[in-house]
Design a binder for this molecule. Sequence first.
Ligand code: ADP
Ligand code: MG
Length: 273
Amino acid sequence: MIICVNNNKGGVLKTTTVTNIAGVYASQGKKVLIVDADNQSNVALSFGLNPDNFRTSIYDVLCGGLPPEDAIISLQDNIDLLPSNRDLISFEFDIIGDIKSYPEPFLLMKKALQHLKDDYDYILIDTPPSLGLMNGNVFTFADKVLIPFVPELYAMRSLIEVIDTINDFKEEYNPELEVLGVLGTLVNMQTNLHTGVMQETKRYAEEKGVYVFDTIVPRTIEFANSVSYHKKPATLVTRKSLVGKNKLNYEKANVFYDVCKELTLLLEGNVVK
Ligand code: ADP
Ligand code: MG
């Protein structure tokens, strides 16, 4: 199963969602590959690694024909990473500037990675916040899209854009691609604005046949804390590893376990949209 986490905005918890979902599934014994398709390399940073130290990356796989196995690293039990580094910044320029060498520019990722599908229970793709060649590759390769969504003013407009864009794209390049659902993030349900926008989102999504997660990810410092103090996503910080270190509020940090419960039900087709 290949799930990408996408939104055309930055700072909506794409990377947090990818890394924490990976943490949940890995702790349940599933094998996960994270593909970092964003040149910010925040997945590696979330695990305390410096992307400048990667000699090879997804760039070499997509543009240079390197077998992905040669760039993939193990982050911990059950979690591998195909990392990005700063080489990826010039990805679009390099491909478009040499389009003769890349006659099928949207198929680079699918061709390079599809044989890995059988090696992992989940391939999770972190994406950049733009609609460009990279996300074209991601949408051609993925089975499902999960959309993190901050219920701010004007956010509905951009959510509609994201869903319409994906639907247009899929018609032409990947008819199997499905918007799995919209996940409310950085939500403050004490705010009328957030409550209102979430309700409006549900109404709109229902019309479009798009699922909105019952679970919401509240605004909390726990996720930044876990990365900065523990060098890993919150769902991988165990009670044992906390001894003598910065404490973690488990109730808040464990919200991604609820997200994954819903996600699994959705993937099994056990949720009515
Ligand atoms: P994106 O990948 O969409 O740009 P990130 O996942 O990197 O977004 O999150 C943006 C910032 O928000 C990061 O600094 C992250 O540590 C912080 N963050 C993550 N989860 C939460 C949360 N629940 N509440 C507040 N801040 C959060
Ligand atoms: Mg990110």
